[in-house]
Design a protein around this ligand. Structure first.
Ligand code: HMG
Ligand code: MG
Length: 301
């Protein structure tokens, strides 16, 4: 491999991307206890919930209570999704550190996910970014369906670049590129990143892989070779997208951390802490989590 960084940043999205897709409702008290365990495991960033419409994502209807009740550990950024001004107002009331706007590179997924065309989404998100900045918050921007859409199939990279450019122009602090339904392959990631990095200039770029077809870790390695050092993961491989049929769990943070540690890259995260927190949320969901490390732990118990 070409030269590797000494350290990488892993952003835990399990409490949001993971739990938004679980049938079993985890109680507010258990979510709070779990996020506190995650904070103690060495993360610098945890996406704790989502200030979306509770009718759309009932699993996260308690976003405000969760955000207000978790312990805030120094050095940890606590983030949440905010699709519009109503969401931002709720997030600010709950004193979220960083808010995340999100939209798709394909129009059909955008409509299914946030009930608007891509064109109609831009002014809404611009207002959210402007107001969030006024309130002293940093803003992350997610682009979904970067490598394929469950409704439209192939998504041209030029279309992805257009959407990314619009978000960057809004003044976001970090862009996270989402393989929402886990269809990306390493060659495709290599080619898309070459084009994206040539056309756009970034302060911070992150990758958000789902592991539907088992290709997420391979895609991380290709992204590393493109100089990307920030990756999203969900402990145990929890997760999905309720508006993307077939989307399964996120790349499992525990498997990702293990790979980086074995390669000699620092994550700041304790594998022991992760496994304990994984065991806790698994017991609350009442089902085995799919990551390799959770399977090993479950076999050994
Ligand atoms: P809408 O129905 O079009 O909203 O939903 P609206 O603006 O027309 O408002 C309708 C009503 O909803 C109003 O109430 C609003 O006040 C209320 P009424 O006047 O009728 O009583 N409302 C809200 N209430 C609470 N919080 C809010 C809010 N907004 C409006 N924020 C909306 C539009 C975006 C809200 C809706 O479509 C929604 O909540 N969508 C969420 C979808 C979602 O969470 N998807 C999963 C996250 S994205 C993802 O997983 C992908 C990612 O992981 C990356 C990847 O993997 O690619 C990030
Ligand atoms: Mg996702």
């Amino acid at each position: 491999m070409n030269s590797l960084p000494n350290a990488v940043t892993i952003k835990e999205v399990g409490p949001r991307d993971g739990l938004q897709n679980e049938q079993e409702n985890v109680s507010t008290a258990d979510k709070i206890a779990w996020i506190n365990q995650l904070s103690r495991s060495g993360y610098s960033y945890i996406e704790v919930s989502s200030f979306v419409h509770p009718k759309w994502i009932p699993q996260l209807a308690d976003a405000k209570e969760v955000a207000e009740s978790i312990e805030r550990y120094p050095g940890v950024t606590y983030a949440a999704l905010t699709p519009n001004m109503k969401g931002l107002e709720r997030a600010i009331e709950a004193d979220i550190d960083e808010v995340s706007i999100f939209m798709s590179a394909s129009d059909t997924h955008n409509r299914k996910n946030i009930n608007k065309s891509i064109a109609d989404t831009y002014p809404i998100l611009q207002e959210v970014v402007d107001e969030a900045k006024q309130a002293g918050k940093t803003v992350r921007g997610y682009v979904s369906t970067v490598f394929g859409c469950p409704y439209e199939g192939h998504v041209p990279v030029s279309q992805v670049i257009d959407v990314c450019q619009r978000l960057l122009n809004m003044g976001i602090d970090e862009l996270s590129l989402g393989d929402t339904i886990g269809v990306a392959n390493p060659k495709q990631v290599d080619s898309a990143l070459s084009q994206i990095q040539q056309e756009l200039s970034f302060d911070h770029l992150a990758m958000h892989f789902h592991n539907t077809r088992g290709m997420a870790l391979a895609n991380v390695l290709v992204s590393l070779e493109h100089g990307i050092t920030t990756f999203d993961g969900a402990l145990g491989g929890l997760g999905g997208c309720p508006y993307a049929k077939g989307a399964s769990g996120n790349l499992a943070t525990d498997d990702l951390v293990h790979m980086f540690h074995e390669m000699g890259l620092d994550t700041g995260i304790s594998m022991e802490g992760l496994m304990e927190a994984g065991g806790f949320i698994q017991s609350k969901l009442g089902k085995a989590l799919p990551s390799h490390h959770m399977q090993i732990q479950n076999r050994n118990q």
